[in-house]
Design a protein around this ligand. Sequence first.
Ligand code: SAM
Length: 215
Amino acid sequence: MAKSDRSYEIGRHDRDWIESVAEPIHPVLAEIEDAALPERIPILALLASGRRRICEVGTAYGYSTLCMALAQSHGGSIVTIDPDRERTDIARGFWRKAGIAVGRITVVNAKALGAFASNDPVLAGPFDLVFIDALKHEYRAYFDALLPRLVAGALVVADNALWSGRVSGASPVRGDDDGTEELRRFDAFVLRDARFQAALLPVGDGMLVAAYRGG
Ligand SMILES: C[S@@+](CC[C@H](N)C(=O)[O-])C[C@H]1O[C@@H](n2cnc3c(N)ncnc32)[C@H](O)[C@@H]1O
């Protein structure tokens, strides 16, 4: 007998109900959503809660950075990397508006792999949460660069792990260089890496979450 499919597809009604009972999002996050239309990722706030030193790869307009800054522990800090200065200047305005203390968030305006290789002390870590959200074909290289900078128990979170269905093959790839193949290999590598306890959460565009066992 075929195994019954007990999965349930969450719909608009469920989302509306969750929003009706959950605490309203910070007004500056709502403002960034209006300006840049990123996906809402409340789960990121959950994962950042209590974390002290965070590294983000791919800042853009600072939505996730702000999400994590509002959730992380008192006295925590974030270093976020993005070569696009125009975007990060806009992000800084949002963080200021949200009342984030100057100095809590450090922006590195460079390509992440170059920045990691430069031995910039702000990227030395150790980090207890890293959020990977830049070039899909470079995810594995970001992961390798960040690994020696993690404390035991650190979380590695990677966004777009399902890449709109392209990773599983549910949707067609958009050309040879859309990062799908690299992302697929990255997901499989992390999910099978014995140094981590990992899961690919089917939320948003897929969020890979891996807890570093240390050692
Ligand atoms: C998907 S957006 C990041 C969204 C952001 N994390 C958020 O959730 O609000 C990807 C960002 O990666 C940046 N990016 C592109 N190449 C990069 C690189 N080599 N290193 C770091 N960031 C890069 C882009 O400029 C872009 O702003």
